[in-house]
Write a protein that binds this ligand. Structure first.
Ligand SMILES: [Zn+2]
Length: 94
């Protein structure tokens, strides 16, 4: 039997996605009105998963000021360990 084996079997794009899928889910959530909102629980101090620079995620989708790496967190569970990184070569759709 085949299967990707990474645990991503259930859906494509949702609040429980990982990496780029989560970033794109949050980016497009509610017609794109969520991504620029301040995180309700307050900014999250984190470390860029691309370049390891410390930065603060203030909105549900945020960009590392050092390398431009795109990060996002699901609005229902905005904690540091839930922050997903879209990947080094990813840039947000315009
Ligand atoms: Zn970075």
């Amino acid at each position: 039997m085949s299967g990707c084996g990474c645990g991503c079997t259930s859906n494509n794009g949702g609040p429980f996605s990982k990496g780029k899928e989560l970033v794109e889910f949050v980016f497009h959530a509610h017609g794109g009105t969520v991504r620029d909102q301040k995180i309700q629980q307050g900014p999250i101090e984190t470390v860029c998963q691309g370049c390891q620079a410390a930065f603060i995620l203030e909105t549900y989708v945020g960009v590392c000021s050092q390398c431009g790496g795109v990060h996002a967190v699901a609005p229902m569970s905005p904690t540091a360990e839930k922050i997903q990184f879209a990947g080094r070569d990813y840039t947000l759709p315009s």
